[in-house]
Design a binder for this molecule. Structure first.
Ligand SMILES: [Zn+2]
Length: 400
């Protein structure tokens, strides 16, 4: 391959390689001709770039398959190009209350290894030590040359530029530097908020319905959102876009937020907030674990059912406000919202507002259950997203 010397040539090469890789992530294994059609690149350019990607261990040729379609020339099978299974990998580490999980994913999306390390208290030192241990095990499971990078995520406000967890109410952290300890591991490290990572995971999920501009709102013990605009994650200064926990709630229950205001979204709609109100109203015994507030078999009390429906409605109103402002193609309400009735109450509130204001009338509103196992993959999506935008920074031989 001819060397790429000037900044302009490098930038063109970067854009072309990124376009190829993004198509293969979204469309699956693709032949050179098909890649030419969807990217607009010449067959010669594609052949040259593909050689670099095959040499770099990113792509490989799959067995030839017959060309489909009546218009195709018979007898000329095509050779699809796909990511090498178990080839280049991204590592995703997620830090939650009481444990950290680190997993390895190849570029076909397969999880090839996963390690969870518990920690007894959520203070930064033991939690970071556990997360580092899980990540070291993940890294040790593959040869170093294959690792593109490590994505680390946790809840709360995370400054992507500095790699500092500015405020994590769940872990009780303030201004905790994650970048320094993780950078010592060697591979490139990216750090972000979990919900933003979840949105990136959907962005590059070839199985998910294709949507270029979408809003994800996640609720569990925290409430947060992420906005993807034209296939790019909105960050803003300090990467604090999407932090909605202090959004004011109208006619709320009168709960005081740690910020000093009353009825911020974060103290009204989270599962812990729901549990607290259920206990205050005598609907659940004080000793009931907070997670039980959403147990369907406990939903026998009419009072608890109404309280849960009220939470669904308040969340729906907040999402409707975000929708009216950002006008996404799709809005995903992610997390466990309780019964089908509660999910429907939430989605119906969003839809009702969309019709009334005329905003987002074409917007699809979806509910996404987020299993425990989704967060390590989401963390890895942080690196995948950056690799798919700046591939030559990760595989420098692509510039040879
Ligand atoms: Zn607040």
């Amino acid at each position: 391959m001819t060397g790429v010397h000037t900044p302009l040539m490098r930038s063109i090469r970067e854009g072309n390689v990124a376009a190829l890789l993004q198509r293969i992530v979204l469309d699956g294994p693709s032949a050179r001709k098909q890649l030419g059609r969807v990217t607009g690149l010449s067959f010669t350019t594609i052949t040259r770039l593909v050689t670099g990607l095959v040499d770099g261990g990113v792509l490989h040729e799959l067995p030839a398959r017959p060309v489909g379609g009546a218009a195709s020339r018979a007898g000329r099978p095509e050779t699809p190009l796909g990511f090498v299974p178990g080839g280049r990998v991204v590592v995703g580490t997620h830090i939650r209350a009481a444990s950290a999980t680190s997993s390895v994913f190849d570029l076909t999306g397969s999880r090839t290894a996963s390690f969870t390390v518990p920690f007894p208290v959520s203070s930064p030192e033991p939690a970071i030590a556990a997360a580092l241990r899980a990540t070291e095990r993940a890294l040790a499971s593959v040869s170093p040359g294959r690792v593109l990078g490590v994505g680390v995520s946790t809840g709360g406000v995370v400054d992507t530029d500095t790699g500092v967890v500015v405020d994590s109410p769940l872990l009780g952290w303030r201004d905790v530097d994650l970048r320094t300890p993780f950078t010592r591991l060697g591979p490139p490290v990216l750090i972000d908020n979990s919900v933003r990572c979840l949105a990136l995971d959907r962005l590059w999920d070839g199985q998910a319905p294709r949507t270029d501009t979408f809003l994800t709102v996640f609720v569990a013990n925290v409430v947060a959102s992420a906005l993807i605009v034209d296939r790019s994650l909105l960050g803003g200064p300090g990467a604090s876009a999407g932090q909605i926990s202090h959004l004011p709630v109208r006619n709320g229950p009168g709960t005081v937020c740690p910020c000093g205001a009353t009825d911020c979204l974060g103290v009204v709609v989270t599962n812990r907030a729901l549990h607290r109100r259920a206990v205050e109203q005598g609907l659940l015994p004080a000793a009931t674990p907070w997670a039980d507030v959403l147990r369907d078999d406990l939903d026998t009390s009419p009072g608890l059912r109404l309280l849960r429906l009220e939470r669904a409605r308040i969340l729906g109103e907040a999402v409707a406000t975000l929708n009216a402002f950002s006008n996404p193609e799709t809005t995903v309400i992610a997390g466990y919202l309780g019964t089908d009735e509660e999910v429907e109450a939430c989605l119906a509130t969003v839809r009702a507002h969309a019709v009334r204001t005329g905003a987002g009338t074409l917007c699809r509103i979806e509910h996404q259950v987020v299993p425990h196992s989704a967060w390590d993959r989401a963390s890895a999506a942080l690196v995948l997203d950056d690799f798919l935008r700046r591939p030559t920074s990760y595989v420098t031989t692509l510039l040879d």
